[in-house]
Design a binder for this molecule. Sequence first.
Ligand code: GAL
Length: 420
Amino acid sequence: MKTKAIRNVSGAAMMSAVLAGGAHAEPTLEVLHYWTSGGESLAINVFADALNNAGGKWVDQPVAGGGGDAMNTVLRTRVIAGDPPGMTILKGPVVTEWANAGALADLENVAAAEKWDDILPPLLSDIVKVDGKYAAVPLDVHRVDWMWVNPEVLASVDGAVPTTWDEFNTLADKLLEAGITPLAHGGQPWQDATMFEVVALGLGGPDFFREALVDVNPDALRSDTMIAVFDQMRRMRGYVDDNFSGRDWNLATTMVMNGDAAMQIMGDWAKGEFLAANKTPGEDFICAPAPNKGGYILNSNSFAFFDDPNASDDAVAGRELMASLLLSEEAQIEFTLNKGSVPARLGVSREPYDICGVRSMDDIEATLASGTLVPSMAHEMATSSANRGAFLEIITEHFNSDMSSQEAVELLVEAIELAQ
Ligand code: GAL
């Protein structure tokens, strides 16, 4: 499959790469990214192989740190210094922020040649289009609101996968009594925020989620529902082990894999880790949506290309060639199978996907139809970077102190006001 993806460069793509770069161009692309865990590396290498095998040269610039906050700091510094990378991971409203700053390359030629409007669902193309033009290329869809469960550990306390937060708490208390860490967690702001938004959807439902985490409506932010969300976060703090602070998300996944903890709440990039370790869903691990009253938290990765006025012909040719390869069916399948996500592209066969992937695909359709699909705040899909920063700050401060829920909502309203 890999070879096919690589060889499958359309004539149009080759032509535009050659035209852009001149006949002697060696298409070269410097890629700034944060996909450094086991599953993430396998996934991004699908694109690196595709470019290299199509005659290009992938120059890898990884910045460790899940969720991308460390990489985003490097990105800002480099852009300010006039040295932007060729391609990087940008998502949601952040794409619009960079596009409005005039920093991104025009992708209209490739989009037309590769017929992106025909092969992408509006759900995803709308996110990356600015003034009707593609500012980035959607790669996949991740679901954020998953629970990853070790079935053996669960069985050791006669537990069942919880379907409500009350059941979750009862199970977690039982695990604690048995001396088992209920929750594998990494204490980093984006991981705290991931858990927080999953609880917010679970306890508040999609309308509350939208009012509070997308529209940042102060009434929703200080509502009783938000107080209940912080109360639940306080309980969760009691379910993590003593060494959670600063732990990387993939190490938390390994804890579930090894039976050192029962569950992790994390998006399905965690599945990429289980699969990279040759674990089978439904046998070695269970994927179950975290308790909710309906809903799906969407996180879609996309790549954007920076417009460097000093870019060489090779660099321009590199970005055009890469852009033309990202949405090939073969690359989409191979990338998402390793990443734990499902394809951005429409019409891809479901056959290669496991039960978690198929469940995700079914639930996207159902929640889109019922209007209960919501964009992830923690993963940069819902709101401005400034608002997201305010959420992360207060959520983490609350999780790591004895702050009351009442105080947390007041501070959150203030922090959001300051972020406007
Ligand atoms: C998310 C990103 C995923 C992922 C994760 C952990 O924000 O969208 O692709 O791998 O962070 O690094």
